[in-house]
Design a protein around this ligand. Structure first.
Ligand SMILES: [Zn+2]
Length: 1008
């Protein structure tokens, strides 16, 4: 008996091993056939198999779907496919954008096989894969290919060239010379999003119909049919890139394709400028170059677009070396990293601009501040710049082979100093100077009687005005400066009124960079001494000898956005509405006025977004809300300033334009109004906000309520507040992913504010107020009031998942005084401007997706957990099979679990400011025996629970009966109390159950 059993077990194990090894062997032997084209199903299968066979160097993902819901596969080959490596350039090949141009599609399939198989054999291939992040898209138009016919050398467009909507995808991209492409096809959109999101450096699009390498531009302003050379700024680099392919191709460089329909075509060296050959508008090639850092050329591989499969082996031999040689070009030129030299870890600066003098084309730094600038060997002048930093210029020599990477330091502007000094004999009386620049920096400094007070200017190189009470106004330009440069220019302010007990006047000393020309100040700036009639006169200081000065405009024609909203005083309700109108008027193209009437009042909000018309992709919505308490006026002022700041030519600012093109920003400057005027010169740094007279919950309390959106769940007292009702309407219209309230509180001094923010949350680490500036402001604030020992310093930023549907709610503590002196408002604004932008930028990434089963039907009731290595773990429940969530940049694993389905985990990288990353998940049904086991498990568990419950009830009943009996027997008086106790327990348990089943959609857990 025993031996029989043992024998059976051994046979079983043997069979298992046989099956296992058989399947592995099957994979190993998978060589791709050259004797046929691979259609969608087979291609999909093959890519999955290659991914399984070479998991350490490959990754397979879909960049989107075709009209007929076929995946557009991107096959990644890299030494670390799941990691974005700093300094490694991104490369892509895309084939089959024209569905009937089939040779490129097969070439890329063979290339995948070749790179994977040769990686462990050929050192040359290993080196390429190790140093370039390669992405291969064998087909961008899978629907078209399925319609095309083998052997058809030049079929009509509807026979596979176009997509399923019969649109030519290579005419469907935005074009620099025409506006005709408003409706992008799904395939085009997927490719555009992919290009926008990732830092590709070099690319080629594979076509058929001739044999030539063509390069930008593909069209020209006049759309001349052919013969017009439309030169791009990087013409020399493009000619080189095209020539590399042509020269490594066995025949292309001869320049004589000898195609039967165009026998006389001749291309010098086998390359051509796209427009010179023939005008193509809306092509993918130019889109790459104009909308990202990616240089793309177009490769025509064969005269016959869809030749017999017998030709495939021959085509592979013609193209193989060229395909490999071209990838290596991703490393020509100069590469390196731009970093913030004021930080200890030399933090990379994302979105910094790299310009090369003489070439009118800039590139941007990627995730780690790293960049790649394709250049031919030679000497160049490189300029690195970023908003908020001084530019760095350096001379470089580009060699072949490429040299080592360069690191470019940038110094934050606020680290540069401008000294304001007064003469030593100035009266002991303090004098105030206002320094304003047209980019929005306004600083106030109290000049003491000591010779010099350092004032840090957050922004320079702009027209600057210095006003000092009792003196005439000085208009000048403070230039970009480095603290190491010591050239001094001394300006003297002349006194307009007698200055008591002093004969000398205050002076402004600053140190401009000698390189920069001084613009004529007279033409650039204008100072209006008298308040404009629409603006109320701010109360002047008690100093009777000083004259009130309001700076309203620096420019005759177009006031800069900063001055759309005055920083010098608190706005009354009417003034606030006026300011909102100003902002809206100034940037109609990106803003909308949202008005919600309630009672006799109106809730005003501004929607900012810069989406392209008809953009169908969902977006993240971030809300900013001010004045949650009547007295909380500072948050309102900051938000008015921020609205006007967003409005200022956002297209010239990388961060701003990225925020506005990826997210919708809803700004509610003021939720609550009272008639109180805070423009007296006292500051209210009281410990707690002034409570409203009625005994009702505060707006903040109502907003803090978990379920405040759904009116029936919100407490009655909250529902009765008109402003809350208005907010509910707003939130129904704009379901928000993140809502941030701005509040000033007498909690922490600003320095600890920074520290606590850093400590407090991974999400909010971006909220770093420039530290030096804060210290300066801190000095000016009554520190005794700010230093409150009782405060909870960790509460300056609170992030909680509750409150808004699936989103998060945060409160930012923006200062220690509830209502600081109006004169300090501009400093608060200076301190928060960059930080607010950065936080919105950090908040402009997330995921959205659907969970499908094998038949493309949505699966309901799915649990998703999204975790990263830092212990951040988000848990979402998707009821309808769709999900959307804000996610900070980083690498995650998304795990989907649903009843009767196998759970599935996929890696995901979220890039900074990338908008919503699409993440569709396909779950497979469990095998029936698995389901059976999982069900029997559940049944057993339920049976166990029932038994347990039965036991408990029996026990309770027995106890009660026993006690009653004993009580009856002994006539105990406490009988009723006991049984009530039992009843109460049961009721509360039931209530707990009910709550659980009705839990909110998002849970947020954070392991430390
Ligand atoms: Zn084509």
């Amino acid at each position: 008996m025993m031996t029989q059993m043992l024998g059976r077990i051994l046979i079983f194990l043997f069979l298992v091993i046989l099956i296992e090894s058989g399947s592995v062997k099957g994979l190993e032997n998978l060589d791709i056939s050259f004797d046929r084209y691979h259609h969608y199903e087979e291609l999909t299968d093959l890519l999955h198999k290659y991914n399984k066979m070479f998991p350490s160097i490959t990754r397979l993902h879909s960049i989107g779907q075709s009209v007929k819901k076929r995946e557009i596969w991107a096959f990644q080959i890299s030494d670390k496919p799941n990691v974005t490596e700093k300094g490694e350039p991104w490369f892509k090949y895309v084939a089959n954008i024209h569905g009937d141009e089939a040779v490129g599609r097969q070439m890329l399939i063979y290339l995948i096989q070749y790179l994977c198989q040769q990686y462990s054999i050929d050192q040359r291939i290993k080196h390429i894969v190790d140093s370039v992040n390669i992405f291969i898209v064998p087909t961008m138009n899978p629907d078209g290919f399925e319609r095309a016919q083998e052997g058809n050398c030049d079929a009509p467009s509807s026979f596979g060239r176009n997509n399923a909507n019969n649109v030519d995808l290579n005419r469907n991209f935005p074009d620099q010379f025409s506006n005709k492409n408003q409706h992008h096809q799904p395939e085009t959109l997927a490719m555009m999003n992919w290009i926008d999101k990732y830092p590709f450096v070099l690319s080629a699009s594979l076509h058929g119909g001739s044999v030539v390498a063509s390069y930008p531009f593909d069209d020209s302003h006049d759309h001349k049919e052919s013969g017009y050379y439309s030169k791009s700024p990087d013409d020399a680099v493009f000619r080189h890139l095209a020539a590399i392919y042509a020269n490594h191709h066995t025949t292309m460089h001869f320049g004589k394709p000898n195609c039967s329909d165009t026998p006389n075509d001749f291309f010098n060296n086998g390359i051509t400028n796209g427009a010179e050959w023939y005008d193509v508008s809306g092509g993918m090639q130019d889109y790459n170059y104009l909308h990202s850092n990616c240089f793309e050329i177009t490769l025509e591989l064969s005269c016959c677009k869809y030749p017999s499969s017998k030709k495939l082996k021959e085509e592979w031999n013609r193209n193989r070396d060229a395909l490999i040689a071209y990838i290596k070009q991703a490393q020509i030129g100069i590469h390196g990293c731009v970093y913030d030299n004021s930080t200890i870890h030399k933090n990379g600066i994302i979105g910094a601009t790299i310009s090369v003098s003489g070439i009118n084309y800039n590139i941007r730094t990627a995730q780690f501040g790293d960049f790649w600038r394709l250049l031919l060997p030679g000497r160049y002048t490189l300029i690195a710049s970023a908003p908020g930093y001084l530019s760095t210029t350096l001379n470089i020599t580009v060699t072949n082979p490429p040299g080592s990477s360069i690191n470019i330091p940038l110094t934050p502007l606020n680290k540069t100093e401008t000294k304001i000094s007064t003469s030593a004999t100035t009266a002991s009386k303090a004098t105030t100077a206002t320094i304003a620049t047209s980019t929005g920096a306004v600083s106030v400094s109290t000049i003491k009687s000591n010779p010099a007070t350092d004032l840090l200017l957050p922004s320079v190189t702009t027209p600057t005005t210095v006003t000092t009470h009792g003196f005439s106004t000085l208009s000048t330009t403070i230039l970009t400066q480095k603290s190491t440069e010591t050239t001094e220019i001394v300006h003297t302010l002349s006194s307009t009124q007698p200055v008591p007990s002093t004969s000398s006047n205050p002076k402004v000393v600053h140190t401009p960079s000698p390189r920069q020309p001084v613009p004529s100040t007279a033409s650039n700036s204008e100072v209006v001494h008298t308040p404009s009639p629409t603006q109320p006169v701010p109360s002047t200081s008690n100093n009777s000898e000083s004259k009130a000065t309001i700076i309203t405009s620096f420019n005759h024609s177009t006031p800069t956005g900063h001055f759309l909203v005055n920083t010098q005083y608190y706005h009354s309700e009417d003034e606030m509405i006026e300011a909102i109108r100003n902002v809206l008027l100034q940037c109609q193209h990106i803003s909308k006025h949202i008005k919600i009437k309630y009672g006799n009042k109106t809730l005003h909000a501004i929607e900012f977004s810069n989406f392209q018309e008809d953009q169908p992709t969902p977006s993240l919505v971030t809300g900013l809300i001010g004045r949650l308490y009547d007295s909380d006026a500072m948050g309102s002022e900051m938000l008015l300033q921020f609205a006007s700041h967003l409005c200022q030519s956002p297209n010239n600012d990388y961060i701003r334009s990225e925020i506005l093109s990826r997210t919708k920003i809803i700004i509610v400057p003021c939720l609550s109004h009272n008639q109180k005027d805070y423009n007296n010169d006292n500051q209210n740094c009281s410990r707690l906000p002034i409570k409203s007279k009625q005994s009702r919950p505060s707006l903040n309390q109502c907003l803090a309520n978990d379920t405040w959106l759904t009116s029936d769940k919100l407490s009655k007292s909250c529902r009765r507040i008109p402003a809350i009702a208005a907010m509910q309407v707003l939130l129904k219209k704009y379901p928000m992913d993140v809502l941030i309230g701005l509040q000033a509180r007498p909690y922490a001094d600003l320095e600890s504010f920074v520290n606590s923010v850093e400590r407090n949350s991974q999400i909010i680490t971006s909220y770093l107020v420039p530290e030096t500036l804060l210290k300066t402001i801190n000095k000016m604030l009554p520190s005794k009031i700010c230093n409150n020992s009782q405060l909870n310093k960790n509460n300056n930023v609170m992030f909680s998942p509750q409150g808004i549907q699936q989103g998060y709610k945060a409160v930012l503590r923006i200062g220690c005084c509830i209502n600081p002196n109006r004169k300090a408002l501009s400093q608060y604004w200076d301190a928060h401007r960059t930080a607010l932008l950065e936080i919105l930028h950090k908040l402009s990434s997330g995921i959205s997706g659907n969970i499908f089963d094998g038949t493309k039907a949505l699966i309901r009731h799915v649990n998703l957990s999204i975790a990263n290595h830092n212990g951040l773990n988000y848990v979402i429940k998707s009821r309808d099979g769709h999900f959307q969530l804000f996610l900070p940049p980083g690498q995650y694993h998304v795990k989907a679990e649903a009843k009767d389905y196998n759970s599935y985990t996929i890696p995901l990288t979220i890039f900074n400011g990338a908008g919503l990353t699409k993440c569709d998940i396909n779950l497979t049904k469990m095998h029936s025996y698995n389901r059976f086991f999982s069900r029997t498990d559940t049944l057993a568990a339920m049976a166990g629970l029932l038994l347990l419950a039965f036991g408990v009830i029996v026990y309770i009943v027995k106890t009660v009966v026993r006690r009653r009996k004993s009580k009856l027997r002994y006539k105990n008086r406490n009988m009723s109390g006991d049984s009530e106790g039992i009843r109460a327990t049961t009721v509360s348990l039931l209530r707990g159950d009910a709550d659980d089943s009705d839990e909110e959609e998002v849970l947020y857990t954070r392991r430390l």
